[in-house]
Write a protein that binds this ligand. Sequence first.
Ligand SMILES: [Zn+2]
Length: 281
Amino acid sequence: MRSLPLPTDTQASVFALCLGATNDPGLQARLTAIAASLAASGVTYHANATAASLHHVERRPSVGGVTKAELTGLYEEHLSKTSGAARAVYDRIRSAAPNNRCPLCGVGSVAHCDHHLPKSRYPDLSILPFNLVPACHFCNDKKRAKYPAMAGQQTFHPYFDQHLLKDPWVRATLDPGPPPVLVFDACPPTAWPAVDQDRVRRHFDVCGLATTFTTNANDELPILRDRLVLQGSRGGVPAIQQFLDDERDVHLARPNSWQYATYRALAANAWFVSGGYLTIP
Ligand SMILES: [Zn+2]
């Protein structure tokens, strides 16, 4: 997971681009009539996202005389479409993640803009920049139309939830096998508010992070084995312990990465350090 700065594009500027590109005079008039209502939706969204209460955002199937299909059509016609009038906004949001790394998992490459609150349930938020988050294909596909019915079901929002990333809560556990395998789960600090504990567990489940992290970490084990053999030849068990401690500490900058969780688990595992790594195929 990674935090991101808020998009610089505003709800009003995106709406104006969409409105200007709408050719149907009837739809243009109906959109103009709901401009204030859509702006209010954006303000309410920001307030709820800041207060970690997005489950309070109302699901509106239509707004005034504008249907759900017409609202989501604004996104499809003017933002995500390559030739859309607001496509530059879509591109700016999608490319905002450093090194194109998905902020929802910290592993995949960004491929889409994900509607944090899905447009199928919240069509009035279809073109709201704060509701659009760069995401990899896997996370985007896993999230789909899921939405928070209660506070604990709010998944991590990269623009608003930096506080959920300060303490490590991604946990790796080494199953000695053979062969040794790392398994991942969400284990937030018990001192956290219960809602935040529920939220990171929910995020972990919704985005399928157990799969993503397990795949990446276990793929790395054969390479790690060779590194540890080298360390062992230089300085025995103390050198191996030092190497794993150092790897854990350098990854502490991203305390909820699979890398930090992996090295934290391995450095603390006396069996692994004292030769268990040799059973990695
Ligand atoms: Zn992802």
